[in-house]
Design a protein around this ligand. Structure first.
Ligand SMILES: [Zn+2]
Length: 532
């Protein structure tokens, strides 16, 4: 059996559906707001299975359906011009204007934003816009089939309802041709293509032909299985909320079998994602929701994929914004080194890690181990360089590796990682982890005579022989100076940190001083020396 869950699902799809020329994997959502990280789990789960099928030599169509013909039910809290938007309630979201005025509609604005973000994590499905599909009349046959089977569908749905649907229930819903609202009741169907309705809002009534009508759609629980049939869907996972007994997935399976006469897609249930350590920094524009973009502000795209590829979809996990971020980057880096044989982790583990690494890559696996810098080290360097990315990266890269000489992909990985590290430092890192170099013209800390003597000795050494120091020899010098000045080593370290950073703790001192350089360190030490 395959090592990785995505490969096991790919095998299952082929076993259940048989050998086919084309496999269709599907995902979709209503573009009614920003897609949060929980919804993202669905689309990346499909993407991983799509890759697994393709790696097994299969041809795959990966479709993502935007349900932009859904009704605009409620104005989200994070929208500008909420009052103006309220006038569009009960209309299809594809007809609601973009409150920010950038796109042709509110739905399109949400779709665009998410399509861009998904591309950044290497996900490029074929997007299907439900509003266009219904308007083109391509679902007319499927709608008619649902109307013909409406009593069968009603009894399937009723099995799971405490209050049964009324006998005049219909599987279609109609947007009024006059006022565009779905406040209509369907009053008749001629057993063929004609449906008549009356609008409760404006009183308009009309008989429309399903093949040409632009306002008729199926209710969601029926629309879903109709599309499985229309697109020949072989695989579609769903969240816990749809996968409960009698939930929409259950009823869709029954409807697709009994009404549309085909087998339902292979599926699995994916679990929730929780958020850890975001603190008060949850993006206020989104209310209490963490978007994929929030996650991408801290995790480079490969590491985002790694989080999901490395976890089985049926287990709950937390996306962390606290110190765990460092550990996750370290895990990813170990996985990368294991892939290229640069770290020994045992054969069994290695096979799985190799697959997780492959599935985490964007635009193919690098040919050789790409140049890399630990996230923790970058965090320190960026603080020394006040967030300047290229100087920090140049200082971080091992001798002999030049940022400008790296290939485009390696440079993109490094720069993105550095941007993430800087975002993390500014927005999420614990206070202990953060520092900035104290400007030499700010108020100096109060020092005892011994402490001042120690600072003066260190300043002298840095002034006269900075170039000679290695991390080790500078480290040894601290102990020498402490002894000469009559301080405990601990006291000496605290003193230097207070002088340089204005707080008693900081990053490893010798490496910090060597990286920051004489020109930045000496004026600060000098200021405290002059006060002698
Ligand atoms: Zn109307």
């Amino acid at each position: 059996m395959a090592e990785h869950w995505a490969d096991r699902y790919a095998e299952l799809i082929v076993r259940r559906k048989g050998e086919k020329k084309l496999y269709v994997c599907a995902s979709g959502i209503t573009p009614s707001g920003t897609v949060h990280i929980g919804n993202f789990r669905e689309i990346i789960s499909v993407d991983l299975v799509v890759r697994a099928l393709r790696d097994a030599g299969k041809t795959v169509r990966f479709i993502y359906s935007w349900d932009d013909f859904d009704v605009f039910r409620k104005v989200p809290a994070n929208m500008p011009n909420r009052e103006g938007l309220a006038a569009y309630l009960r209309r299809p979201i594809v007809h609601v204007p973009d409150p920010r005025g950038n796109e042709s509609s509110y739905a399109r604005a949400n779709e665009r934003e998410i399509e861009r973000v998904l591309h950044r994590v290497g996900i490029d499905p074929e997007y299907i816009y439900q509003s266009e599909m219904y308007a083109k009349g391509v679902y007319a046959e499927g709608v008619r089939t649902a109307l013909e089977a409406k009593d069968r569908i009603r009894s399937i749905l009723n099995k799971h309802r405490s209050a049964p649907l009324p006998s005049d229930w219909t599987p279609v819903s109609v947007f009024c041709a006059s006022c565009d609202r779905d406040t209509t009741s369907v009053e008749g169907w001629d057993s063929a293509w004609s449906v008549s309705y009356t609008c409760q809002s404006c009183g308009h009534s009309e008989t429309v032909d399903l093949r040409h009508a632009t306002g008729v759609k199926l209710l969601w629980r029926v629309d879903w299985p109709m599309r499985w049939k229309y697109e020949n869907v072989d695989f579609e996972p769903a969240g816990k909320e749809h996968h409960s007994a009698g939930g929409s997935f259950d009823t869709a399976q029954e409807i697709v079998r009994e009404v549309y006469g085909v087998d339902p897609p292979v599926t699995f249930k994916y679990d929730f994602i929780s958020i850890k350590g975001m603190g008060g920094k949850i993006s206020s524009s989104l209310g209490n929701v963490v978007s994929v973009e929030d996650v991408l502000s801290v995790y480079q795209p490969e590491v985002v994929r790694y989080l999901f590829a490395g976890t089985r979809p049926d287990s709950e996990f937390a996306v962390s914004f606290d110190l765990d971020v460092i550990k996750i980057y370290e895990d990813y880096d170990r996985c990368e080194r294991a892939y290229f044989g640069a770290e020994e982790i045992g054969e069994k583990k290695r096979a799985r890690q190799r697959r997780v690494y492959e599935l985490s890559q964007i635009g193919g696996v690098p040919e050789r181990l790409p140049p890399n810098v630990s996230f923790r080290h970058l965090c320190n360097l960026l603080q020394i360089y006040d967030g300047a990315i290229d100087p920090a990266l140049s200082a971080a890269l091992p001798d002999g590796i030049d940022l400008d000489a790296c290939d485009d992909d390696a440079r993109r990985r490094l720069r993105t990682r550095a941007e993430c590290a800087w975002n993390w430092i500014r927005n999420h890192a614990p206070e202990d982890f953060r520092f900035s170099i104290r400007p030499p013209d700010s108020e100096p800390p109060a020092l005892s005579a011994e402490e001042r003597d120690a600072v003066s000795r260190l300043a002298g050494a840095i002034e006269s022989r900075f170039e000679e120091f290695s991390e080790q020899s500078l480290g040894e010098l601290f102990y020498e100076i402490a002894q000469q000045a009559g301080l405990e080593p601990q006291q000496l370290f605290q003193t230097i940190y207070r002088v340089l950073l204005g707080k008693p703790k900081g990053p490893r001192l010798a490496s910090f001083i060597l990286t920051a350089g004489r020109d930045r360190i000496l004026p600060i030490l000098d200021q405290c020396r002059r006060n002698l």
